[in-house]
Write a protein that binds this ligand. Structure first.
Ligand SMILES: Cc1cc2nc3c(=O)[nH]c(=O)nc-3n(C[C@H](O)[C@H](O)[C@H](O)COP(=O)(O)OP(=O)(O)OC[C@H]3O[C@@H](n4cnc5c(N)ncnc54)[C@H](O)[C@@H]3O)c2cc1C
Length: 386
């Protein structure tokens, strides 16, 4: 396994870093203050990222995307992690699930999403079905050439910006050795469909300006041609998405922690108390050492998972390790950074309190830390019948 970058990969990193520093970081304070990204700013970031060639970088180049593999996309996400999520999600990384588009779905959904003409969101979670997604109550019932959708999804990220949703609904039941299980099907549903309604979601402590919404389906009719992937095989498509988004969370956490550590080192080297740099006190310098150790370990786990994925050796265990370790590392590093800054660390003059808040959700969304540990331990025990 080699992580030294080719010239081309270094160029990708430099482009993503420059874009982050020039086009997104200057707006962080504004977004925190307004708790939203203005439509003009959304348009500006979107257009400039299209011009810079980094919009939809994870999508196939023959369809207009950047054509980056999982490793290179992770390098981009690591740079984006330095700034606020509300800003860098605009530089879309369309859901990998959309690769399952076929026939007219390619022209109607996939390509416009890659070019930026359309924006998608993804709805799996429900008020009574979070970690246990198979427990979902939202149903899809076949009616001639259509499906009728009923139910509620919540916590749906940036549904306010999207014009269609990749929806997962229970489309039937099957008898398995572990009892009756729901069959799940994926659908592409336009928000202007009759019976599909978006409602303001909750205020979240993490990622100001990045909204979540509730989506209600009341006898919403969706044509069969909008089934994404195979009928009743929604989880096959969903797993692909989950792997990519968990890797994204890990890479973003690494990027965020890098910035927090850099600020901490600079502060420890310049702030003086008791007549000397605070970095000369072991109580501070050992914190810096531990932050660096944790950061490097998280980065290595993340790059390993991404590298193997790019080589066609995707491992949900490796991705789970990267996600759980990086998100917990970032919580540790941003917390220690605040400690090193003392009182100023908690003030919104600095980006640290934002990073500390922002990273809290990373241990919850896209599968909680407990679910990641479940994935890892299940793989360990499986050969023993566990
Ligand atoms: C800001 C935000 C944005 C989100 N965006 C989206 C989105 O765009 N689309 C989408 O579909 N979802 C989204 N989610 C949902 C997210 O994926 C869920 O919150 C997450 O999967 C956990 O589900 P839950 O919140 O219902 O918690 P629960 O599943 O109720 O879990 C509660 C607690 O029980 C623990 N627990 C549950 N089961 C087990 C188990 N088997 N073993 C051990 N512990 C367990 C959990 O780890 C957790 O600590 C978003 C969530 C947030 C907060």
């Amino acid at each position: 396994m080699r992580f030294d970058l080719t010239e081309e990969q270094q160029m990708i990193v430099d482009t993503a870093r420059n874009f982050t520093e020039r086009e997104m970081m200057p707006y962080e304070e504004q977004v925190e203050r307004d708790r939203e990204v203005s439509p003009d700013l959304v348009q500006q970031i979107k257009q400039r990222s299209i011009d810079a060639g980094i919009y939809a970088c994870n999508m196939p180049s023959d369809l207009g995307g950047g054509g980056l593999d999982s490793f290179d996309t992770t390098l981009v996400d690591r740079e984006f992690g330095a700034t606020s999520y509300a800003l860098h999600y605009i530089v879309a990384r369309p859901s990998n699930i959309l690769r399952a588009c076929r026939d007219q779905q390619i022209a109607e959904y996939l390509i416009p999403t890659i070019t930026g003409a359309r924006v998608e969101c993804l709805a799996m979670s429900e008020p009574d079905a979070g970690s246990d997604v198979r427990g979902m109550k939202c149903t899809a019932t076949r009616d001639g050439d259509d499906w009728i959708i009923n139910g509620t999804k919540h916590f749906i990220s940036h549904a306010d910006m999207a014009d269609y949703v990749i929806l997962f609904a229970a489309s039937g039941e099957e008898q398995t050795s572990k009892g009756v299980k729901k069959k799940i099907t994926g659908f592409l549903v336009d928000f202007n469909s009759k019976g599909c309604e978006r409602v303001k979601g909750y205020n979240c402590v993490s990622n100001n300006g990045y909204q979540n919404m509730i989506i209600n389906f009341d006898n919403c009719r969706v044509p069969n041609q909008n089934v994404l992937g195979e009928e009743h095989k929604g989880f096959d498509a969903a797993n692909e998405w989950l792997g990519a988004t968990r890797l994204q969370v890990a890479a973003v956490c690494v990027g965020r922690a890098r910035r927090a550590l850099k600020l901490s080192v600079e502060w420890a080297a310049t702030r003086e108390q008791f007549g000397q740099q605070i970095g000369k006190f072991q109580g501070v310098s050992f914190k810096l050492a531990d932050m660096q150790i944790q950061l490097d370990a998280a980065e290595l786990l993340t790059l390993r998972a991404a590298y193997n994925d790019a080589q066609g050796r995707f491992s949900d265990t490796e991705v789970a390790m990267a996600k759980v370790f990086s998100s917990e590392m970032c919580q540790f590093v941003t917390d220690e950074a605040i400690q090193i800054f003392g009182g100023m660390g908690l003030m919104d003059e600095l980006p640290l309190e934002r990073m500390w808040r922002d990273t809290r959700v990373d241990r919850i969304w896209d599968g909680t830390s407990e679910i990641q540990r479940h994935i890892i331990s299940r793989a360990l025990l499986r050969p023993y019948g566990g």
